[in-house]
Structure formats: structure tokens, C-alpha cells
Design a protein around this ligand. Structure first.
Ligand code: CMC
Length: 387
């Protein structure tokens, strides 16, 4: 194999240096700029964590107020962009629409094409963080045939998202603070995860000098797959398919059967082989939200808890280090909030946006080469075209 290091799946290849996020998979540690995810989940909030990821330090009170105000300043999307939605079928998968409309933002902000200007890069970061919830809610409204709701900037980031999702021009209800807090926690727990498949995709696209909106659209495409962000949707579908605790053993057997492509969704992680620290916080949030909503007896939660118990005691899963990951419990919370299953991965994409953009910005500001992996050629040797 000589000339190149062969590492399919990039299991042992570091493609970059980074100061943003640290993971110790064996110990179940996740730090953003040095701060443990558990502490951020408890004491910080999503927008503050966005600032931390982007700038490297927690903001002062004044910086935080300024950052929140800047993000609010960018929550609307260009009115022209709303016409894009009409080009999609109403039953299109929301991630298909998100890939399109986020990439299309490049057509509206020509200054973003100047990626070597630090100020322009920051404005693009603010635009993306601010507009993702607006676009996510527009995708949902379009799918159900309701008019788009404009953002309301007196609301918090997560309250505003739920307002745009669930209010209508005929009826504007107060957003439940419990649900807004749960939403904020979900965004925060997804905010970054170092060089995962979608972030690496953003970096690879960015290494060609592509603009940030195009790069984030490529990240959204990579996130869509069920082995990555699409797992949250797949978990809920799986729990529904299991349907009853009595069927769990059958699904566990399927997951262990090497002739069956079925995998337990929400289980396993490339890096975490003991536990996913985000899953612990997510489970706690799930318990809190369901208790506050009086839904502790939710049948899907019961199936999930039983499945977790059986799988984590099963030799097959223990031997391979397969434990519930961040997506295992997020779907149950999202369902309790009222988010439809097909939109789950869009929520992941919205939460992950600051991570993607922080990595892109780090790469552009610190110098980079175009990403260009090599291969081990296994095809024909040279042969002549038939005479
Ligand atoms: N159910 C059953 N078996 C599994 C599972 C699973 N969920 N995940 C891995 N395995 C087995 C796999 O068959 C293999 O067994 P063997 O050694 O006998 O061939 C072994 O465990 C190692 O699996 P792998 O596919 O080599 O591991 P990987 O690091 O390449 O893949 C993964 C990691 C997350 C893609 C995988 O565990 C998986 O497909 N999980 C289900 C999908 C999922 O929940 N994804 C969300 C990941 S967390 C959120 C995110 O970061 O996007």
C-alpha cells in the first residue's frame, strides 16, 4: 500500500488542529473551549455557547447583550427567498428543502463571497445562526400549507423558533417557557462535536474557498444520513415500529444479526465507547420535560428506557462499546414539544450551525490547504481501447 496511509472512515487520521472542541471518547468527556458540556447545559444557554464557540471565550454581560441583539437583527430572511419554497413539493423531506434554501442564501449576500475579510466572515456567521430557525420554521409551515410567521425579536432565540413554528396569524399564543428551555437545551447539546462527518464536509468544501452558505449547505447534506444527524428521526421511527415493550427482544436480535442491515438507532458512536456525555444530559432533560408536561408515562419513553436497559446489559453491545448517543432521547423531547418527526434532523442542523461556522472560520483565519485525499487504486491496469 506503500505511498499513502490507508485509513477508510478516517478512524485514526487527524485532518486538522483545532482549538474549539475536545473529546475524550474513552472517558466520555466533551469540552467546548475547555468548558464541560454538562456545565454549559446547566449554566449557559444556546446563544452564549454560540458566542463561546465562535470567539473562544464566554462573553461579558455587555458582549452577550450585544451578541443577542446582533443575532436578532438578522432573524428575517429576504422576502424573495420565500418564493423559493413554492418550487418544492409540499411533501418534500424538510432536509431536502433546507439544503436548497440555505445554499440559496449565497445569492443574497454578495459580501459573504469575500471570505478573507474577517468582518464579512463574522456577519455571515451571525446571519446563519439567526436565519436557521426562521428557515426551519418556514420549511415546516410550507409543508403544512400555513403562512410563514415573521420572527418576533422581543422573544428569546428558542421562544421565537417555537413562535414561528406553532403560531399563526389568526392565533398567537404565549410560548411555554418549559418548552422553550427544552428547545434551547437541545440546540445547545448539538452545538458542536469537533470533526464529525458534517463538520469535516464543511471544512472540505471550505478548503476550496467556497462561500460559507454553500459550505453549510454541504454540511446539512452530510448530516441528513441516518448514521449521523438523521439518527434522531430514525430513533423515533424505530421506537414506533417496536410499538410495545414485548417486541424489544426481537429488535435486539435483529440488530445483532450480521445478515440483517438493521441497527439500533441512537446506539453507538465512533468516538464514545463508554457513554456519550450529551446523552446523559439529554436523558435528564427528557425526564424533566416529560415530568413538567405530565407525560412521565409516555409509552415511547417507556420503550426507550427498557430498550436502553436491555441493550446496555447485552454482551454484544457491551463488547463493542455501544451505548445510547445524543440522538437516543432527543426525539422523545422533540415529540413532546410537538415537533414532527421529519423535522428532527432540521433541528439538529439548526443547533449544529455555530459549530460548523466556527470550524470554517477557524480554518479560513488560520491558514489551510485544499483538502484532497488520495486513494489506493484497485481498478484495471492500463489496457488498449479495442481496435
Ligand atoms: N446497532 C447494532 N450494531 C452496531 C451498531 C448499532 N447501532 N452500531 C455499531 N454496531 C456494530 C457494528 O455492526 C460493528 O460490529 P462488528 O464489529 O461485529 O462488525 C461494530 O458495532 C462497530 O461498528 P462500526 O460501524 O464499525 O462503528 P462506526 O464507528 O463506524 O459507526 C455509528 C458509528 C454511529 C455510525 C454506528 O454506531 C451506527 O450506525 N449507529 C446507529 C446510528 C446512530 O445512532 N447514529 C448517530 C450517531 S451520534 C450523533 C451524530 O454524531 O450524528
Amino acid at each position: 500500500k506503500g505511498l499513502f496511509t490507508y485509513d477508510p472512515g478516517f478512524v485514526s487520521t487527524a485532518a486538522t488542529e483545532s482549538k474549539i472542541t475536545y473529546i475524550d471518547g474513552a472517558a466520555g468527556v466533551l469540552l467546548h473551549r475547555g468548558y464541560p458540556i454538562e456545565q454549559l447545559a446547566e449554566k449557559s444557554d444556546y446563544l452564549e455557547t454560540c458566542f463561546l464557540l465562535l470567539h473562544g471565550e464566554l462573553p461579558s454581560d455587555e458582549q452577550k447583550a450585544q451578541f443577542v441583539s446582533t443575532i436578532k437583527n438578522h432573524t428575517m430572511v429576504h422576502e424573495q427567498l420565500s418564493h423559493f419554497f413554492n418550487g418544492f413539493r409540499r411533501d418534500a423531506h424538510p432536509m431536502a428543502v433546507m439544503c436548497g434554501v440555505v445554499g440559496a442564501l449565497s445569492a443574497f449576500y454578495h459580501d459573504s463571497l469575500d471570505i478573507h475579510d474577517e468582518h464579512h466572515r463574522l456577519v455571515s456567521a451571525h446571519r446563519l445562526i439567526a436565519k436557521m430557525p426562521t428557515l426551519a420554521a418556514m420549511v415546516y409551515k410550507y409543508s403544512i400549507g400555513q403562512p410563514f410567521m415573521y420572527p418576533r425579536n422581543e422573544l428569546s432565540y428558542s421562544e421565537n423558533f417555537l413562535h414561528m413554528m406553532f403560531n399563526t396569524p389568526c392565533e398567537e399564543k404565549e410560548v411555554s417557557p418549559i418548552l422553550a428551555k427544552a428547545m434551547d437545551r437541545i440546540f445547545l447539546l448539538h452545538a458542536d462535536h469537533e470533526q464529525n462527518a458534517s463538520t469535516s464536509t464543511v471544512r472540505l468544501a471550505g478548503s476550496t474557498g467556497a462561500n460559507p452558505f454553500a459550505c453549510i449547505a454541504s454540511g446539512i447534506a452530510a448530516l441528513w444520513g441516518p448514521a449521523h444527524g438523521g439518527a434522531n428521526e430514525a430513533v423515533l421511527n424505530m421506537l414506533n415500529e417496536i410499538g410495545d415493550e414485548s417486541n424489544i427482544d426481537k429488535f435486539i436480535a435483529k440488530a445483532k444479526d450480521k445478515d440483517d442491515p438493521f441497527r439500533l438507532m441512537g446506539f453507538g458512536h465512533r468516538v464514545y465507547k463508554n457513554f456519550d456525555p450529551r446523552a446523559k444530559v439529554m436523558k435528564q432533560t427528557c425526564d424533566e420535560v416529560l415530568a413538567e408536561l405530565g407525560m412521565e408515562n409516555d409509552p415511547l419513553l417507556k420503550i426507550a428506557m427498557k430498550l436502553e436497559k436491555i441493550a446496555t446489559e447485552d454482551e454484544y453491545f457491551v463488547k463493542r462499546g455501544l451505548y445510547p448517543n445524543v440522538d437516543f432521547y432527543s426525539g422523545i423531547i422533540l415529540k413532546a414539544i410537538g415537533i414532527p418527526t421529519e423535522l428532527f434532523t432540521v433541528i439538529f442542523a439548526t443547533g449544529r450551525t455555530p459549530g460548523w461556522i466556527a470550524h470554517w472560520n477557524e480554518m479560513i483565519s488560520e491558514g489551510y490547504r485544499i483538502g484532497r485525499p488520495r486513494q489506493l487504486y484497485t481498478g484495471h491496469t492500463k489496457r488498449d481501447y479495442p481496435a
